[in-house]
Design a protein around this ligand. Structure first.
Ligand code: AMP
Length: 390
């Protein structure tokens, strides 16, 4: 790694000013959009991950290639930056602990520790009085049978650690399926969640600054396809009482976890109008990508402001918006028809610089802005369809 000037100003209250270098653990699209926001404000960015020519590395000042458990590399990296954040939450806690000896890590390692394990996360949330999906730890076939019964015979079995986009999950509708499903979970700590016949899926992205100031981006609706986020509609069309409750829960979670940074709360809206927390992401989130184009301050700039100890920016949304993901599947018949999507003047095209379009891989997204959220969703869909047309 070549020299990064480290003389940038840090004020006595811990505020990190433009010119400073921000270290990012992880190198995907979240880091890429963070880096774009940070560089726009005159910060430098260094990224560390095990890969090369990454979405983040392509736009950062420095790309360091090292394993997350290479603690010497993590320490060397930490010494050269003024603050460390992450865009990938499954970094071993030994790495954040090692870095924290040299530089502030925001959000702190304890936030990662809680949120990178479903069981710890759900135990933390329910212990603090937040509403969560009924859950049972599962470490044996017997425990699974008992948990399934307690959940009324239907549930979703999830590995406790390292799951995302529905990976490590299996739906169980009857005891008869247990024999097929159990072998993959044998010896892996897991959680059985009651199946929630939700009306809709919602999320709230929020940020908390060094001073304890909390801001939220309001409630958005998320639709998934094959367990992967497909569409976000912002704002969600929900009664005010639901929106207020979702935001109250979100603000409470950021405070309870003492987050400095961005955190997203994924929620299920039930038929009776109550909400349950499904899961937390201690970072910017796919359901907040629309803020890059639609809000005064994007979730990425907000992460920067929070981790640098700056006052947070306005989260005001300037226009209704919708975001659709572009997965690798879209490349099945060759390069998508970019010119066709560019014909939509109200649609923004975001691509992450990934060279290998694998099925299910997030390659980019489209954000449409319109007079209403429904119209925005329609425009985003139309633009994506135009991309697929050959
Ligand atoms: P997760 O990785 O936990 O966010 O789960 C991925 C998706 O699976 C969610 O966005 C839901 O669509 C679905 N899902 C997860 N857990 C449940 C549940 N307990 N009941 C119903 N659907 C679920």
């Amino acid at each position: 790694m070549s020299a990064i000037p480290s003389g940038a100003a840090i004020l006595s209250g811990g505020t990190i000013l433009p010119g400073a270098t921000i270290g990012v653990l992880g190198s995907g699209q979240l880091g890429r959009m963070f880096t774009i926001a940070a560089r726009r404000m005159g910060y430098r960015v260094a990224t560390l991950s095990p890969e090369q020519d990454t979405p983040t590395g392509q736009v950062a000042d420095e790309e360091v290639v090292a394993a997350y458990d290479d603690l010497d590399a993590i320490r060397a990296f930490a010494r050269r930056v003024q603050v460390l954040t992450f865009e990938f939450e499954n970094v071993p806690s030994a790495a954040t602990d090692a870095a924290a000896a040299f530089v502030p890590v925001r959000p702190a390692g304890n936030v990662l520790h809680v949120t990178q394990n479903r069981l710890r996360e759900k135990t933390f949330l329910s212990g603090h009085g937040f509403p969560v999906t009924p859950f049972h730890p599962v470490n044996s076939r017997q425990e699974l049978a008992a948990a399934l019964q307690a959940c009324g015979g239907r549930g979703i079995l999830k590995t406790a650690g390292f799951g995302y986009d529905g990976k490590g999950q299996a739906r169980i509708d009857s005891e008869l399926q247990m024999d097929d499903i159990w072998p993959a979970y044998e010896g892996v700590p897991a959680v059985l969640e009651a199946f929630v016949p939700f009306e809709r899926e919602l999320s709230v992205v929020a940020a908390r600054g060094l001073s304890g100031q909390v801001v939220t981006y309001g409630v958005v609706e998320n639709r998934h396809r094959n367990h992967i986020l497909d569409l976000t509609i912002a704002p969600a069309s929900v009664p005010d009482a639901v929106a207020r409750e979702a935001m109250r829960i979100t603000e409470g979670i950021l405070e309870a976890l003492d987050v400095v940074g961005v955190l997203c709360v994924e929620l299920f809206l039930q038929q009776d109008g109550t909400v349950l927390v499904n899961e937390l992401a201690p970072r910017t989130h796919n359901s907040g990508h629309f803020t890059f184009d639609a809000n005064i301050t994007s979730q990425f700039e907000q992460q920067l402001r929070a981790v640098c100890g700056l006052p947070l920016g306005s989260t005001e949304q300037l226009r209704p918006a919708a975001m659709v993901n572009l997965l690798g599947d879209l490349w099945e018949h060759g390069e998508p028809h970019w010119q066709a999507a560019a014909h939509f003047p109200d649609v923004k095209i975001h691509l992450y610089g990934k060279s290998e379009p694998r099925v299910g891989r997030k390659m980019g997204h489209l954000t449409a802005l319109a007079a209403t959220p429904e119209l925005a969703a329609r425009r985003a869909w139309q633009a994506r369809e135009a991309l697929a047309r050959k």
